[in-house]
Design a protein around this ligand. Structure first.
Ligand SMILES: Nc1nc2c(ncn2[C@@H]2O[C@H](COP(=O)(O)OP(=O)(O)O)[C@@H](O)[C@H]2O)c(=O)[nH]1
Ligand SMILES: Nc1ncnc2c1ncn2[C@@H]1O[C@H](COP(=O)(O)OP(=O)(O)O)[C@@H](O)[C@H]1O
Length: 426
């Protein structure tokens, strides 16, 4: 439809077009239209297609991250020209989850430039302050594996390990898929060139890397993701949007002698390999002095003490997880919320019974990890007052036949005036 001349035309298009479908969404992003999901022949879909309205060409973009489950009848709205928020929908059951399809974030632009193709990236939306991933670094033999093992054993429901890929040979007790994904160098190099890795590095003569899938598997389960990677990897992750906490583990003095003793005690490396690891340890300890990289430096002298200290680093985050709890919101924070109206999305069911506002003003993270900091405010639209709010996710019935609507900015001025531009009263 030419909206200037008010004329319909039947256009032809090039490229890889989506199969016929219904109940999908088509979201305008500049000159492009991004189509997601929908319904075809009794099954829901979760694929993504992009139509360039200038060149009239369809493309199936390269997709990073784990996509949401197939769905139709969902809602979609573009946020800040960068990412499409996808809410709810259904396959055989109604859904109330939130996803972000990043179409123009820094991460997507970089990947698109590197691959010279259309790229999109999925990130799961999480309400409240979901736990931040934790990157653990330290020289070989310092006790990273031992400390992480204790944490995972004591808190299996809270922490999940990002299983790296490596080209080194498995040690006697190591299991493929649990400690590492053991692979061959040509295979890993090919996968790195296909951009399946968040970061990778040559360490002690072997390739190591964290795949997007490894991080997604943990973050999508809602657990805190723990990454055991070297300092080069930490530097790459620092530049990514993963928003992690960085912990460096140091040996007690004399550092080199202690590492040598522990590596000999572990008995998993040859003398030559131990020498190489000790040599690299010097550089790693030096790099750890960079005050911009690490949030916490822990000395693993007495194991129990180091473990208690490590738990303190994590506890900060475990408590953060609950800081966004609905019950903690006060009337004051709702007023603040109204001031951040450009960041709000309204969800209304067609029966008009209930209305929910999703506050996006505090979101953080994003692909390749989750997007955290979302908050729901449910209001009773009949009462038309945000005064009798409660903070909770809409019921699943709200997840059908809904629409996502970006709210308009408030009129300038004091909120205590009787009525705001959108009809909400205080
Ligand atoms: N960059 C990067 N480093 C990794 C990864 N996985 C493990 N490493 C690091 O590689 C180094 C060697 O690990 P490993 O062979 O298990 O030996 P260990 O450190 O002596 O237990 C350690 O510094 C690990 O932190 C990864 O995915 N990426
Ligand atoms: N605090 C500690 N004191 C003494 N030995 C330790 C301590 N922490 C770990 N170890 C031992 O040191 C060796 C290396 O530990 P490991 O966890 O494999 O190190 P990393 O994963 O950093 O290479 C293991 O044999 C482990 O039992």
């Amino acid at each position: 439809m030419d909206t200037e001349n008010q004329e319909w035309s039947n256009e032809s298009f090039l490229g890889h077009c989506p199969s016929p479908r219904s109940l999908h969404t088509a979201t305008c992003v500049g000159d492009k239209i991004v189509v997601f999901g929908g319904h075809e022949d009794n099954s829901a879909k979760n694929d993504v297609y992009i139509l360039d309205t200038v060149t009239h060409r369809w493309t199936k973009p390269k997709v990073f991250g784990t996509p949401p489950s197939p769905r139709c009848a969902h809602s979609a709205v573009l946020i800040d020209g960068e990412r499409i928020l996808i809410y709810g929908g259904r396959d055989s059951m109604a859904k109330g989850d939130i996803w972000f399809l990043e179409v123009n974030t820094a991460f997507v632009r970089l990947q698109s430039e590197l691959l010279n193709m259309e790229v999109v990236a999925w990130s799961k939306g999480v309400t409240g302050k979901a736990p931040r991933p934790v990157v653990i670094c330290g020289p070989s033999g310092v006790g990273k594996g031992t400390l992480i093992g204790k944490l995972m054993k004591d808190f299996p429901d809270s922490f999940g390990f990002s299983v790296s890929h490596t080209t080194r040979r498995p040690r006697e007790k190591e299991q493929d898929g649990v400690h590492y994904h053991f692979t061959k160098r040509p295979t890993m190099e090919k996968e790195i060139s296909e951009r399946k890795f968040l970061e990778s590095a040559d360490v002690h003569g072997n390739l190591y890397g964290t795949s997007w899938a490894a991080v997604d598997a943990v973050t999508n389960s809602g657990k805190t993701c723990i990454l055991d990677i070297d300092v080069q990897g930490a530097q790459s992750v620092k530049k990514s949007p993963l928003d992690a906490i960085f912990v460096f583990i140091k040996p007690p003095y004399p550092e080199e002698a202690e590492l040598r003793k522990r590596l000999h005690g572990r008995g998993t490396e040859s003398e030559e390999q131990i020498q190489k690891r000790l040599q690299n340890a010097k550089a790693e300890l030096e790099r750890a002095k960079d005050p911009t990289l690490f949030d916490h430096i822990l000395i693993n002298g007495k194991l129990d003490e180091a473990y208690e200290n490590l738990k303190v680093c994590h506890h900060v985050d475990v408590f953060d997880k609950y800081a966004g709890d609905v019950s903690r919101h006060t009337a004051k924070s709702v007023c603040n919320l109204l001031h951040a109206r450009l960041d709000l999305i309204c969800v209304t069911n067609l029966a008009g019974i209930a209305r929910a506002v999703l506050d996006l003003s505090k979101i953080s993270g994003g692909a390749p990890g989750i997007t955290r900091g979302l908050n729901w405010v449910v209001t009773n639209s009949r009462a038309n007052g945000i005064g009798n709010h409660n903070m909770q996710q809409p019921s699943v019935s709200l997840s059908q036949n809904h629409k996502l609507v970006p709210l308009k900015p408030l009129v300038a001025g004091n909120l205590s005036s009787t009525k705001a531009a959108n009809g909400f009263t205080r």
